[in-house]
Design a protein around this ligand. Structure first.
Ligand SMILES: [Zn+2]
Length: 171
């Protein structure tokens, strides 16, 4: 296993924490000097907060740990391509590099919809590495959405059944 895969595995572990809370499984870690200094996972529904994406949760922790808002010399490993909000925060944090598991064609801002990490006009650019443990990261997401669809279908059928029973009872 490469160094990058090792840290991506840790990001996947964080994503599984989100999944355990029935959140979309997205996780990340921030590494500095060969050590993980912060971890984060998606808690948007749990916290009822748009800002509670994995990346922002980890950035907050890393800054607290380093006692600095600047994350110079750090690398983030994240299971899914960051959105516009997180990509913006990553540029603001002056982080060195972002290593991405799977891309997000409909919402990603590290090259899919936009590439906010490498805009020439900004004063900081973030190096991007894509496709580390890509299959594992994307399967984790597609499995989650598949289960969610099946769960919704079951609930719908159950509701229909109950409505039918109630109607039968009225006769
Ligand atoms: Zn985000």
């Amino acid at each position: 296993m490469t160094e990058q895969e090792k840290y991506m595995k840790e990001a996947i572990r964080q994503a599984k924490k989100a999944r355990a809370l029935e959140e979309v499984p997205i996780g990340c870690v921030i590494v500095s000097g060969g050590k993980i200094i912060a971890r984060g996972y998606n808690r948007r529904n749990t916290d009822k907060n748009t800002l509670s994406h994995a990346e922002l949760n980890a950035i907050r922790k890393a800054s607290k740990k380093l006692g600095d808002w600047r994350l110079e010399g750090c690398t983030m490993y994240v299971t899914l391509e960051p959105c516009q909000m997180c990509a913006g925060a990553l540029v603001q944090s002056r982080i060195d590099e972002v290593v991405i598991g799977s891309m997000n064609p409909k919402a990603g801002c590290a090259g899919s919809v936009l590439n906010l990490l490498e805009v020439e006009g900004f004063n900081h650019k973030v190096k991007i590495t894509r496709g580390v443990l890509e299959e594992e990261c994307s399967t984790m997401l597609s499995d989650f959405f598949k289960e969610l669809r099946e769960k919704k279908k079951r609930l719908k059928m159950l509701a229909k059944q109950q409505a039918q029973e109630a109607a039968d009872g009225d006769r």
